[in-house]
Design a protein around this ligand. Sequence first.
Ligand code: SF4
Length: 189
Amino acid sequence: MKVLLHICCGPCAIYPASLLREEGFEVEGFFYNPNIHPYSEYLRRYEAVLAASERLNLSTIYHRYDFERFLKLVSCVEDRTRRHSLCWRIRLEETAKAAGDHGIGAFTTTLLSSPYQDIGEIARLGQEIAQGHGLEFIVRNFRKGFAESHKLSREWELYHQNYCGCIYSEKESVEQRNKKRPPDARLRA
Ligand code: SF4
């Protein structure tokens, strides 16, 4: 059986692709991440997926970077949990559509490998979307291979990002790393 694997980044692709192949799936990659900002960061992750796909001998589809669509979707959403959910949904929806277009009966995502994401909610969304498209969403515990994947990806010298992807997460990451307060807080202090 063939499965379309949504890939969020190069390091996270390694274990899911290997595990699915061990289980007998024929795996095709699908890179669609309009949540990644800025564009220079998107290109770094895209190049890491190109390199990982080559190492893994994985055929990968590179879908369009329609970041305007993502911005429209989340720009007025203040609740971060809701933003995450919309962000996972848009990527899983597009993966399901691509699977249907290519005659692939199942799909899944490397997002299920991240210790920083709500994998229960991602699995729920994936199954809901799959049902709507008459497909199967493959749920596996990709997290157990996260450390191993990232060790190997460092040996392969793949790019490792230090924030989730969107401008909201970039701001949070900078604040956490530098313990910086935003300018308005400094002015009030
Ligand atoms: S933090 Fe990550 S999952 Fe949440 S909206 Fe931003 S890119 Fe998407």
